[in-house]
Design a protein around this ligand. Structure first.
Ligand code: ATP
Ligand code: MN
Length: 467
């Protein structure tokens, strides 16, 4: 029987004088006179286990195949290590070769590959130091997020991935269909004549991959008070930026009995909590990022955990940008949507810490955000972070039935598509608020990685879905 467990992480926590058995992939091999050293890693920790093979202890023919990339099990004696860099090492008595890796073709034979090259070998990049750390941090971040919400009494709700109402702005949505694209059924008569006949499709109407679980999360908030989603979302926007993916993960808390101020307070508490937890559980990985990827990672994270976020209104933000004397690619004026260059200026130049911008013009924000008394702005908030720009977008929701009807109609949307959303305002409505956090945006922040394609296992971007 081969059981899971026996991680290198646990072996490294022991002291010498016991026998041990480790499996993993050979990261490097170094031969010197009379002895060979392997760095063995099984993904359980940043640190490798050093294997010492004394000449004659392992059959030569077998040892020839134990090269970088090979998968082995090593049985031997754990001894206190005389060399620096590790406390124990494993003196090999027996080696089982599970899978060799031909050194003449193994792509990770040498170090120092570009991120672009590694992206093309997403089936192997997970064995590199960088991606080992990325995905351990990703795991720790997911756990920290669940921990935060569970500790605070939030219910985890699984909102649907396929949505049949095109309620959220169909422009950027992927269609889901079982219709034969070579032979699409057409409507035979009436004013829709010639259009695709979706009554023959799987759901009897057009269906899409979700862009957000918010509207469904609101249903749950208005029964369970505090809830959150954590799932994949999809956007067919053709934006080839280092911050956008076509498939990404989103965390969306939704709180009944909560207003914009409460929403801001939760967002700040949440970010500080999850960052602190990852710093606590993944210290060696974060140190690696700080050393090899971006030497401001640790100081920035420390700063975020220990500083109060700045609160400004959109109107104040525009004034700061107008007075900045900067030349912008996208000119600034009241009413514009803040672009990444503006967001980064506010967080990196003006305040040098995370900034929450609130009360945006209603024209540039979604219909469901609560209207302010001025008639011009809505209770929206964006949390902006140095280096990344927008990391969270949220709002207090419009809970007044009649106002919401006006807003839907005013934005030229179809009232009947929102029938259930409106009924929530008819039966037991409550003030409520929530936000959406892009999981991979927060990953960029934690790791200092430059491209969002390098913090998700298998990135989906325009023209690319190989793995
Ligand atoms: P942006 O202006 O950066 O495109 P957005 O206004 O479209 O963001 P929202 O609709 O508010 O974003 O989505 C909530 C959060 O999801 C954002 O704050 C961001 O963290 C993340 N996000 C949005 N689009 C993407 C994407 N294509 N890839 C990865 N994360 C995204
Ligand atoms: Mn967007």
């Amino acid at each position: 029987m081969i059981e899971p467990g026996g991680y290198i992480k646990d072996i490294l926590g022991k002291s010498g004088g016991v026998s041990a058995s480790a499996h993993g992939w050979v990261k490097t091999r170094r031969d010197s006179k009379g002895v060979s050293f392997l760095q063995l890693n099984d993904g359980s920790s940043f640190a490798d286990l050093q294997i010492v093979i004394e000449a004659g202890s392992i059959e030569e023919e077998l040892l020839k195949h134990v090269t970088t990339g090979a998968c082995v099990r090593v049985d031997g004696d754990l001894v206190d290590s005389p060399g620096g860099g590790q406390t124990v090492e494993l003196k090999a008595k027996e080696i089982y070769l599970f899978g060799e890796a031909d050194p003449t073709t193994y792509p990770l034979q040498k170090k120092g590959h570009t991120m672009e090259f590694l992206r093309d070998i997403a089936h192997l990049r997970t064995r590199s130091n960088t991606f080992g750390s990325v995905f351990r941090v990703r795991n720790a971040l997911a756990r920290a997020i669940h921990n935060f919400f569970q500790r605070n009494g939030f219910l985890y709700v699984h909102t649907p991935i396929i949505t049949a109402s095109d309620a959220e702005g169909a422009g950027a949505m992927f269609g889901v269909t079982t219709l034969d694209l070579q032979n699409v059924p057409r409507v035979k008569e009436g004013d829709k004549k010639g259009h695709t006949d979706y009554s023959e499709d799987f759901f009897g109407k057009p269906a899409f991959l979700t862009v957000s679980g918010q509207l469904e999360a609101e249903i749950f908030a208005l029964s369970f008070s505090n809830v959150y989603t954590f799932g994949p979302t999809f956007r067919a926007e053709n934006s080839n930026t280092p911050r956008h993916l076509a498939e990404f993960w989103m965390i969306e808390p939704e709180m009944a009995f909560c207003d914009l101020a409460g929403n801001m307070a939760l967002a700040e508490k949440f970010l500080k909590s999850v960052i602190a937890e990852v710093m606590d559980t993944c210290a060696p990985d974060l140190e690696f990022f700080n050393k090899r990827i971006d030497d401001t990672v640790l100081s920035t994270l420390d700063h975020v955990v220990n500083s109060d976020f700045v609160h400004i209104t959109y109107t104040e933000a525009v004034q700061i940008l107008e007075k900045s004397g900067q030349t912008w690619e996208f000119p600034v004026g009241w009413g514009i949507d803040l672009q990444s260059e503006h967001e980064r200026y506010l967080t990196e130049q003006t305040f040098k810490k995370p900034v929450i911008v609130t009360d945006y013009p209603k024209e540039i924000k979604a219909f469901y955000m609560r209207s302010n008394e001025d008639g011009k702005t809505v209770r929206a908030m964006d949390v902006l972070a140095p280096r990344i720009g927008e990391i969270i977008g949220g709002s207090q929701r419009e809970e007044r039935h009649d106002v919401l009807v006006e807003k839907i109609v005013g934005q030229g949307l179809q009232l009947d598509a929102y029938w259930w959303y409106l009924e929530l305002r008819k039966y037991g409505s409550a003030p409520h608020a929530g936000f959406g956090l892009g999981f991979e945006r927060l990953m960029l922040y934690l790791t200092g990685m430059k491209n969002i394609r390098d913090v998700i296992p298998f990135p989906r971007t325009p023209g690319s879905a190989e793995f």
